[in-house]
Ligand binder design. Structure first.
Ligand code: ADP
Ligand code: MG
Length: 317
């Protein structure tokens, strides 16, 4: 390898672009055996990790900037789902070879998103092997206030942010070679709903981010809350590109079963609707009521069975 592991880390994953604010709780960042981090007083630490494997979670030839964005965005989305404020992340990078063009584009895009969300890169691991990116994020929320999947109650309403299904349509576009559609951009650059998640603390009764597909993720809330979530297909907010699809069944299947949206699906008591509308308007993020919580179990959509209900590793072909 032309560039050693330590030079690689120094060149691409340290420096001003990944510098953190004083007060970010980083006592010691990249460079020692461990990072030393201080959890803010009165807050809980929230931790989540996600691996993206080339050829499994993204097409192997995807632009490195998009790979970096997605890898951090999907992790930030987990913090968003629980209403946490991003603090720190670590990066485990497995690379088939040292390609400096690839690394520069990857690190640039990672730094842009990290700065935008004020999350500090505090360590990682660099190994050689088939391309895979693992990011672990750490966030904080006032003690006891993080949103969970388990708080939905019968008579609550079900909400979703954004326009679910657009990212799944975008993946089709990307695989067909077009990256300039609204849908393709939604797939390539998912926007973690950090501000929305924070604002929903104390307002939503349960929340999850939509990574596997709306119905599959709604089912996780149902399971953890021991209730049923019933989605009304007519209320689903279809993006224009989805609504324009020839088959309405195809559009609904994407909206209900397509993954990769990283929108939030949440439940709230009906009396919270005005507060949610104020939050949505203030943030410029559409939030739409799509159904209700009932006694029972599972998530279903009235009168409609989507073709594919979420992606399960090791379970699908
Ligand atoms: P060790 O052998 O003690 O595990 P490493 O040689 O793997 O340490 O890493 C040296 C330092 O560089 C550590 O502080 C580690 O957190 C950091 N590091 C390694 N790889 C990355 C990476 N891809 N991004 C950011 N920091 C990294
Ligand atoms: Mg060590």
């Amino acid at each position: 390898m032309a560039l050693g592991e330590f030079e690689l880390i120094a060149r691409y994953f340290t420096g001003d672009r990944f510098a953190y604010q004083p007060g970010a709780g980083v006592v010691l960042g990249v460079g020692d055996d461990c990072a030393i981090l201080r959890v803010p007083d009165g807050e809980d630490l929230l931790v989540s990790i996600d691996t993206l494997v080339a050829g499994v979670h993204f097409p192997a030839r995807l632009d490195p900037a998009h790979i970096a964005h997605r890898a951090l965005a999907v992790n930030l989305s987990d913090l968003a789902a629980m209403g946490a404020r991003p603090l720190w992340f670590t990066l485990a990078l497995t690379l088939p070879a040292i390609d400096e063009h690839w690394l520069a584009a990857f690190a640039d895009a990672l730094a842009v998103l990290a700065q935008r969300f004020g999350i500090a890169l505090v360590g990682g691991d660099t190994t050689s092997g088939p391309l895979s990116i693992t990011i672990q994020v750490h966030g904080a929320a006032p003690a006891g206030s993080a949103l969970r999947r388990s708080g939905a109650r019968p008579a609550d309403e079900v909400w979703v942010s954004g326009t679910p299904g657009l990212a799944a349509l975008g993946l089709r576009h990307v695989l067909a070679g077009s990256r300039d559609t609204v849908a393709a951009r939604t797939f390539l650059r998912p926007e973690p709903r950090i501000a929305l998640g924070s604002a929903l603390r104390g307002v939503a009764s349960a929340a999850i981010d939509v990574s596997d597909g709306l119905l599959a993720d709604a089912a996780h809330i149902a399971e953890r809350s021991r209730v049923a979530l019933v989605i009304e297909p007519r209320q689903l907010p279809l993006a224009p590109e989805l609504a324009a699809l020839a088959g309405r069944d195809d559009a609904l299947s994407l909206a209900l079963g397509g993954g990769d949206d990283y929108e939030l699906c949440f439940t709230a008591a009906p009396g919270r609707a005005p507060a949610i509308e104020t939050i949505a308007a203030g943030l410029g993020v559409a939030c739409t009521r799509i159904g209700r919580v009932e006694a029972g179990e599972g998530a279903r959509c009235t009168g409609f069975v989507p073709r594919r209900a979420g992606y399960r590793h090791f379970a699908d072909d």
